[in-house]
Design a protein around this ligand. Structure first.
Ligand SMILES: [Ca+2]
Ligand SMILES: [Ca+2]
Length: 53
């Protein structure tokens, strides 16, 4: 992120599979902020299954 920025985005690659399954979640934690702080340093990533039930 550039100086003065108050938000940013990044991509989390996922790999497709062919298994019918439930929605999966993962917790993302941001650490090591430099010259700044995080107002919210955790988020939940939800991966919705795309196979037919
Ligand atoms: Ca999966
Ligand atoms: Ca799947």
């Amino acid at each position: 992120m550039s100086a003065g920025a108050t938000s940013g985005t990044f991509n989390v690659p996922i790999l497709a599979d062919s298994t019918d399954e439930n929605t999966e979640t993962a917790t993302i934690t941001l650490t090591n902020a430099t010259n700044s702080t995080f107002s919210d340093d955790t988020a939940t990533l939800t991966i919705t299954d795309d196979e037919e039930a």
